[in-house]
Ligand binder design. Sequence first.
Ligand code: URA
Length: 218
Amino acid sequence: MDNCIDSNNMSTLIIVKHPLIQHKLTLMRRTDTATGDFRRLLREISTLLAYEITRDLPLTTVRIQTPLMVMDAPALAGKKLCFVSILRAGNGLLDGMLDLLPSARVGHVGLYRDPETLDAVEYYYKVPQDLAERLTIVVDPMLATGNSAIAAVQRLKQGGAQQMKYLCLLAAPEGVQAFSTAHPDVPITTAALDERLNEHGYILPGLGDAGDRLYGTK
Ligand code: URA
């Protein structure tokens, strides 16, 4: 199954349809999947998604010595990446991505929604200083309303980030629409585009509250 790419004058949306990812995602969706298994599956999928989202990283050539001869071999060019986790569920994607790219820098953005104004309020922000020189991959498992994703990317742009991608596990059409309108320059990579949001802003069919399932808090 090929990945599905849709970029109709909105953010490019890449749905990674690799069978391993789809199978593991089905296990994660099941209500009877235990916390430890959920966490392990998210880590495994995030490694696979990291592989996919980095497929266009620029390469350079370095001269090396093999046991037999000298060769000009491909190597990643430029500065290391930066992964930015939107707290708290975003942290569930970090370890699997760092397994593949152990030198990446990591930032964290914490936002909550003011219950009266519904504005995203920042309570934590810590990112590498040289964000402008790095491809910044913002991670959060669920792109639901898109409000926190939009606010986090906006904050990172203010903080100097110039080249960004957004990585999630599941996306709702409403979230993709809102995010694309706000940040058409930031492509979205996801494992699935689900049907819709319910009246509480949860993705249907979804997998429930990713943070609670990840950390066993409900
Ligand atoms: N956040 C979640 O954890 N789950 C959803 O379905 C929507 C937002």
